[in-house]
Design a protein around this ligand. Structure first.
Ligand SMILES: Nc1ncnc2c1ncn2[C@@H]1O[C@H](COP(=O)(O)OP(=O)(O)OP(=O)(O)O)[C@@H](O)[C@H]1O
Length: 274
């Protein structure tokens, strides 16, 4: 709805322009008396609508990278660009879902989903006058994830999987161009997690946004991604890039195929323990 309109003359150029560019990005944190290098140097680009995943050993800087993309922790070494502009402050076109879906316990599910519209420009300006329209958007999302009958429940009345589904709806309600996912299904059991892969794929295909996922689950990475980046141990860099060309929409039956197993094994081979 509020996505930028581009004329057909510029469409061809825009289609080939990356949405995100990591240009020799590094990362250091203070450690004891000096600075410790976490990320050595990362250069890559993400196309509009691409789903990319970062996998790698614990502590190699995956979450820190997502924070850079969100603009919450702007890059100090190298440059991160969104739409060719350096990211120097929190981006508005980003939705975020974490492993722990932090929903407000005093707000009903529907009101938790609506929350970003109350605080993110340009929605907050007309939130009250446009509420019926926004309510419809939130209801559509909740319906898409099977929570139609739980709109009026409080978070503590939902299961872990349901809370995570509501949190994904909340991350997408303001139609972000970039959806950041930090181990969103890490706390769920294996069966629920696989259901969530399918549901997330559907939401992402409908939203046509960039997906950027961190996970320790290599099958999850293969199922969801167009591109998987394997990071090396700290001080990290991209050790391996794997394109996943499985057709979409992907199904859970595909996880049983030799091709799927081969792709997951290929990732496993390139992961080193820190
Ligand atoms: N604010 C901070 N100040 C100092 N060091 C930090 C800070 N945030 C993260 N670190 C350090 O940076 C490293 C990378 O952390 P990060 O959370 O990005 O890694 P990760 O790859 O996401 O790890 P995991 O897979 O275990 O979640 C860790 O060694 C961590 O201790």
């Amino acid at each position: 709805m509020l996505k930028p309109q581009i004329s057909s003359a510029t469409e061809t150029v825009a289609a080939s322009m990356p949405l995100l560019e990591f240009d020799r990005i590094g990362l250091e944190y203070p450690f004891e008396e000096s600075m410790r290098t976490i990320v050595q140097e990362i250069t890559l680009s993400v196309q509009p609508g691409e789903f990319v995943t970062f996998v790698g050993p614990s502590g190699c800087g995956k979450t820190s990278i997502l924070r850079m993309v969100s603009g919450l922790s702007p890059t100090k070494i190298g440059e991160l660009r969104c739409h060719n502009q350096p990211v120097t402050r929190p981006l508005k076109n980003v939705g975020i879902a974490f492993q722990n879906p932090v929903l407000m316990p005093w707000r009903r599910t529907i009101d938790n989903v609506l929350l970003p519209l109350e605080i993110v420009s340009p929605y907050k300006r007309d939130f009250k006058t446009n509420r019926p329209h926004y309510l419809e958007m939130a209801q559509k999302l909740l319906k898409a994830v099977g929570l139609n009958d739980f709109q009026q429940q409080f978070p503590w009345q939902l299961s872990g999987g349901m809370r995570q589904r509501a949190s994904l709806c909340r991350a997408l309600i303001h139609q972000p161009e970039i959806l950041l996912l930090d181990e969103p299904f890490g706390a769920l059991d294996a069966f629920t997690r696989e259901e969530m892969w399918v549901m997330l794929q559907n939401l992402w295909m409908e939203a046509k946004c960039v997906g950027m996922l961190i996970t320790h689950d290599l099958r999850e990475a293969v199922f969801l991604s167009d591109t998987v980046y394997v990071m090396s141990p700290r001080p990290s860099e991209i050790a391996f890039k794997l394109k996943i060309d499985l057709p979409r929409p992907r199904t859970l039956e595909m996880c049983l195929s030799d091709e799927f197993a081969h792709l997951a094994a290929e990732l496993r081979r390139h992961i080193h323990k820190s």
